[in-house]
Design a protein around this ligand. Sequence first.
Ligand SMILES: *[C@@H]1O[C@H](CO)[C@@H](O)[C@H](O)[C@H]1NC(C)=O
Ligand SMILES: *[C@@H]1O[C@H](CO)[C@@H](O)[C@H](O)[C@H]1NC(C)=O
Length: 323
Amino acid sequence: MSQEKKKIRQRHEKRETEEKISEKNEQTDRVEPKYGPIPRFPYQKVWSRSILILGVLLIVWYNSTQSKEVSLARQREVLLSRTQNFDCPQDYKEDLDKFPECVPEKCGRIVTDKLVSTSETDVLLKIAVNGMNLGGSAGGASILDLHSGALSKGAHFINIFSLEEASRIFNPPDFAIYKVVKTKIHHAIAHHFGVDVGKIYLTKPTFFSRMTNVSAKTIHDEYWLPHVDRVSYEHFHYTSLLYLNDYERDFQGGRFIFIDKNNVNSTVEPRKGRLLMFTSGSENLHAVERVTSGTRYALTVAFTCNSEAAISDPTFGKSVKNP
Ligand SMILES: *[C@@H]1O[C@H](CO)[C@@H](O)[C@H](O)[C@H]1NC(C)=O
Ligand SMILES: *[C@@H]1O[C@H](CO)[C@@H](O)[C@H](O)[C@H]1NC(C)=O
């Protein structure tokens, strides 16, 4: 190697080390970010803005698909009447073709706290409590049907009128109140749905119910399963529920829930003497929320357009004498 070349090479190497040193100095001069280097990539601003916009859109979308709960009636409210009306679905209309005078003006739901008095409700509650005490399901739901005499007992049903005690706990004045209340409900349904009172008939099962938090033992105990009344009972056209005691006072849970389209639930909180009436078709899919504590009492009164499915009022003397 010539002297000349060696010199050039040395100079070159020197420059390289000098460069390295200055680079090092530059690095130590820069302020080190606390949480490590900030990542940088091309079009950073565009990206971060897109992500922000996407995030906002996601929140809007999430809120619009989020399930909602609408209160139709709260326990503390005293309602003259509150209504949710809508056009009847096709399947319900088709069924009613056979009974043209029985078609409601609108399908829907009505709640009123003004039809049944407190003293009438007290009598019905007494019938329910005393009657159920003679039987009672082993699970969380018991029924007492005064028309057939059916009373839940363990996993089965017995006829309450075959029991000696029935004649001691039931009496004609109480049965008369039961009949008065049933007639009031009959007229209220006809009035609110715009049908002739003579075109709808009391039908079975019409019964008292008692619900608790005891776990289900048979399918009859699973009152929280969503259902359509007309699917369970083909001849039902109008269903009503009279609440005999109070949500959040006598029991927790046990709200009545209409399960509507688009994940919307309409809830009714039971209130003593509150009457809920609704058309029995697929427009009114519903469930009762599980009772978490206490005991919930209600009376279900059903009506049909089909005179062949009509039932008569319970007659105290006859029922007790001829079980
Ligand atoms: C609506 O009610 C049903 C039946 O009780 C329940 O499964 C569902 O979670 C409820 N949805 C909302 C939004 O509360
Ligand atoms: C069931 O209800 C009773 C009161 O009625 C309460 O004491 C009990 O803790 C409840 N059980 C459960 C599992 O919630």
